[in-house]
Design a protein around this ligand. Sequence first.
Ligand code: PMP
Length: 455
Amino acid sequence: MRMSKKFDAFVTWASGIKVPINKKILDQMAAWSQGMNVKANRSALLSWRVLEVNSMFADRISDVPKSFIREILKVAISPNIISFAGGLPNRELFPVQELQTASNSVFEHSGQEALQYSNTEGYLPLREFISQRYKTIKGLNIEPKNILITTGSQQGLDLLGKTFLNEKDRVIIEKPGYLGAIQLFSIYKARFSPVLLENDGVNIQELTVASKLRNTKLMYTVPNFQNPTGITYTNEKREQIANVLRGKPLMLIEDDPYGDLRYSGTHQSSFMHYLPEQTILLGSFSKTVVPSFRTGWIVAPDEIMEKLIVAKQASDLHTNFFTQKLLAEYLQQNDLNEHISKIKTMYGRQCLAMIECIKRHFPKEVTYTLPEGGMFLWVTLPYGISAMDLFQKAIEKDVAFVPGDPFYTDLKESVSTLRLNFSCVDEATIEKGIARLGESINEYITEYKQKNLTV
Ligand code: PMP
């Protein structure tokens, strides 16, 4: 709860009305409550205690809204609802048996070692695997010493925030951008410079202006199958971006949790090819193996790595060592590419099914992205229709999605864009859900026109 500086707390009365009060009145009320009957006294004090704690929170956390998607997922969790709102990998693809076998073998051969504390940098064979994979898949020469294992790539982002950002430093971010990054950078009290994301990458004119603003330290991008839009930057755009940023005192973060999940089109090069000295890579096993292991990594040059290691030590000493060992064992016993190709086949089919259904069920004025990989598709509604209002209508028809609003850092009014996830919904359910969503959109447009609003 954000409180005006003049007040120390809010009191919520039984009627639900909230009243801001200062410390003096709060003390008086506490004294006065001594005379109340026991039940009223207890509940009044309980409520004050909570409210006083609220006034104690640091600005860095008070200012950051709750994860909007988590709130939405609470609504979407009901079994009747067809949910395109989540962002989870499909659990049917988790290599449960293989991980069990790998786990048994870790316990059998190195149980004691695997259960002990370990080093901050991460398990060397795992870092060697990642290094080797960069070489074979992307043609990048990255040494294991420049790879730090993190607790998911989300922690990688956190460590970068900790390492680079002072209050009010600027971060260039895609518009729309990854919600987890918006939330994270908000905790470090960064200022955002949102740059419009077009179909081939961010707008170069806007980026040029943003890159010249004082105290701009980071640019955050998800160049492959972006969350939330599914858009991939072309090589041409990547080169132009590198030309804009080259020599400026800022680092580009290439967050690439979906890069391996390309099911159509051609591979585009990492920013490491165009801007090696200013690029930091984030990677993750969450979408290619399992998310629960919380195993990701950062690739950074030596001098940055030194600081990141200190930041990580202070955060959690090291990432779960048992799961690092288990993962390394799994990767040794199995062919990751083979496993990834199963994921790509499934998501590719689901994505195609969703696009075909959209063509059939959505009105012509609705536009959408055509992802070549990943788990998301981005829809733009016509006539300035509010995706938030549509969400309410869609829930009545038991279908959920994420309205575009939380993906913007400069929101002035409700937006007409929304994110659809297809990785967790089978093709028959996609058909049913998109048909329902199409009905909701059509009904909304009809109502909108009937109200004689400008179209
Ligand atoms: N970056 C992006 C763009 C994401 O979509 C996600 C998760 N949805 C993450 C980072 C975090 O992934 P993890 O911490 O599981 O590696």
